[in-house]
Design a protein around this ligand. Structure first.
Ligand code: PLP
Length: 444
């Protein structure tokens, strides 16, 4: 219950705003959508964050996905400390990057990988490779899917089917998004129509394997397989973005619940978050013949000073080797308890909502959903949310020691360190927070 107030966070926020736009180094960290001052975190341990005022919070952000094992895991920390002691970057090949690549190849349907430093770089590079490999230029994506701040992927949905889109942000020229087709998610007809019209020009279709950036909107059964088969029929590559889902939603480094292991696989995949163990590391990988197109073997150029950094790849490997079946079983159980309790608390308070999940990832949509009652199927559905209800809920949870993502459009993440005390803290906070949401202005 905010024992020490928020004075130090507020003071830091003032300093931060003077030297950094919005006072944050990534817009998702701002509290613009919920109001108030971001908490500046001084340290974290297990499931808990401690802010600069000494307040403790159960962390339901988990660094937006990476902290699968919880914060400051002793085993991971020991391996990282040993790596740091050996020097932090050499600009030469190293053993940890080979070992991490082998681990990823063993756990996912990719033949080879290339490391980069962020998910953005991974998707940007995968698209360049897809274009280079196919000799085509058009990229298909879905509204509401986020693939990092790659110019060509910051495209909003135009109205209607397969509209060639306009940029989603100033600074991205029309020419960067003119070759991006934005379609409604989970809509097979839209996909079929786009390929029928533009098929010979489509280099790739990129999708989140189970979208978590408009809240969690899982693919309808067989949707990813349909995408893969459609791409194959038209000679386009299927790029499955698993930056969020990889090693997070399930033990597999990919969204295995949609048949990915049985009979089909993406041509290219992107990874990030968990595989970096809390450090800036990401990767893209895929079919051997496609990856062979990458420099220095092939003609498509891609590079990075810190790519495959030995500390980051050591952290990633230390995390993945500890990400056992037991860890995912526990994560799934924790996620189930929290999403069920959240749904029950909101129902008891009379707050219209939909809870959706993909493996261990879940989120809440605030309000009745769109076209299909009780189900959020695409970005149009997700956009009907009553965000004021979430703002009230968010602050009531924060006041009771639970730090949720400061936006209604984000996934809630748990870690293997979310023990009974952490879970109980969330459960205790829910009824009052649900009542706060119910009395938010404009709640239906
Ligand atoms: N792809 C997906 C599915 C993501 O969720 C994200 C980030 O949230 C990215 C790509 C971009 O990753 P990064 O923020 O590391 O650039």
């Amino acid at each position: 219950m905010n024992p020490s107030g928020t004075g130090a966070s507020a003071a830091l926020f003032e300093r931060a705003r003077a030297v950094t736009p919005g006072g944050v180094n990534s817009p998702v960290r701002a509290f613009d959508a919920v109001g108030g001052t971001p908490r500046f975190i001084r340290s974290a341990q297990g499931a808990w964050l401690t802010d600069v005022d000494g307040n403790e919070y159960v962390d339901l952000i988990c660094s937006w996905g990476p902290m699968l094992l919880g914060h400051a895991h002793p085993g991971v920390q020991a391996e990282v400390a040993a790596a740091v002691a050996r020097g932090t970057s050499y600009g030469t090949p190293t053993e940890p990057e080979v070992a991490l690549a082998e681990e990823i190849v063993a756990r996912t349907p990719v033949d080879r990988v290339r490391f980069v430093s962020s998910g953005t770089e991974a998707t940007m590079s995968a698209i360049r490779l897809a274009r280079g490999f196919t000799g085509r230029d058009v990229v298909v994506k879905f509204a509401g899917c986020y693939h990092g701040h790659v110019d060509s992927l910051l495209a909003q949905a135009g109205s209607g089917l397969a509209t060639l889109s306009v940029p989603g942000t100033p600074g991205v020229p029309d020419s960067s998004t003119a070759l991006t087709l934005v379609l409604p998610y989970n809509d097979r007809e839209a996909v079929a129509a786009a390929f029928a019209e533009h098929g010979p020009r489509i280099a790739c279709l990129v999708t989140e394997a189970a979208p978590g950036n408009m809240g969690v909107v899982p693919p309808e059964p067989g949707f990813n397989r349909f995408l893969s088969e459609t791409c194959a029929r038209h000679g386009a590559l299927f790029v499955s973005d698993e930056v969020m889902t990889g090693f997070r939603a399930t033990r597999l480094g990919h969204w295995g619940l949609d048949g990915a292991v049985e009979g089909w696989r993406p041509d290219l995949m992107t990874f990030g978050k968990v595989m970096g163990g809390g450090f800036p590391a990401a990767a893209f990988g895929g079919r051997a013949d496609v990856m062979a197109y990458l420099a220095p073997e092939g003609p498509v150029y891609q590079a990075g000073t810190l790519s495959g950094n030995p500390v980051a790849t050591t952290a990633g490997l230390a995390t993945l080797r500890r990400a056992t079946d037991e860890v995912y079983t526990q994560l799934a159980a924790t996620a189930e308890v929290l999403r069920t309790a959240t749904g029950e608390a909101l129902t008891a308070a009379g707050v219209p909502h939909v809870v959706q999940s993909a493996g261990t990832m879940f989120s809440v949509f605030w309000g009745p959903s769109g076209a299909t009652p009780g189900r959020v199927r695409d970005f149009a559905d997700a956009s009907t949310q009553h965000v004021a209800a979430y703002a009230a809920f968010f602050h009531a949870m924060l006041d009771r020691g639970v730090h949720l993502p400061p936006s209604a459009y984000e996934t809630w993440f748990v870690s293997a360190a979310h023990d009974d005390r952490a879970v109980q803290t969330v459960l205790d906070a829910l009824p009052a927070a649900a009542r706060a949401a119910a009395s938010a202005e404009g709640t239906p």
